[in-house]
Design a protein around this ligand. Sequence first.
Ligand SMILES: [Zn+2]
Length: 357
Amino acid sequence: MGKGQVKGLVERLKDGDNVLIAEGYMWEFERRGYLQSGGNVPEVVLDHPDLVRIMHREFVHAGSDVVEAFTYYGHRTKLRDIGREADLERLQKDALAIAREIADETGTLMAGNLCGTGIYSVDDTLSHGTCREMFREQVEWAVEGGADYIIAETFCYVGEALLALEVISEFGNGLPAVITLTPYDPDETVDHVPFPDACKRLEDAGAAVVGLNCSRGPETMLPLMKEIRKVCKGPIAAVPVPYRTNEKHKNFMAFKDEWTGESLYPLDVNCCMCNRSDIHKFADQAKAIGVEYIGLCCGNAANFMRELAEAYGRKPPASSVGEYVASDLAKLKMSSSSSKLTDHLENHDDDGGATGN
Ligand SMILES: [Zn+2]
């Protein structure tokens, strides 16, 4: 199956279908030891392309409708920072080619990807020009690489997000744009626009999907999604991080270690992760709000994606590999060789209930 043979993003959403997307490649590669936190440049595309193919396949197997080219932070500023600017074009083109290959193989959509440049400054028009150039070259590579649509994400300034959308409209050869902003602590962008208004501006400026991704977990992103739903008429996106953010710690950068009081971000935030039930609940709530474009960002893993897909009524291939998760304890109880262990567990459980998990 090749480009044009699968139903497009806009057509799916128009028909009332939802679109599920696995993000979080950077963190998952860091967890696996192929990237280091801090640099956050997708060098693995150049150094271990086969691993990128495998992760794309895993996420599709777990329910993603989209293969997102792994070009996140693979832009000119970041590559210059790590002394690999000369590899920029090859990294971008290889990432797009790998994503196109796996999307064709699996019959999914392929998305090109832009992100915040880190150099945008509201009053510095010179920086706007530089951003535009960085976006332009990436949009042109995405078009050339056969992207089905373009994601521009993790913007903390609506001004920069609008700039990215403008460049996609101008150079994207008609490809639809999904634009998502990143909410940190305040409920407004760094350029002081409340998120619902910011999303509305992006929708009015022609984005096919608008919403939020990264930084906040389900608990602190969903209240904003409710507000966004009220003002945006078109499809909205929620792509949180799978962490238990809360009123006190609205984003995962704010987590403190309960034992030491030390800041946990970024290396030690895993002790604040959501569990699968949290993800299922998040997806149920997002569905009830009317979120049509849903996924998970940094911290995502295939089993979370499967959970999310199942909550959205899907049965991805990962759901057919045996009902291991749901009936784990039941199977343990049925096994005569482990009945003593089951008794032992139940007799030592303070709540008197099952201790499975
Ligand atoms: Zn993220």
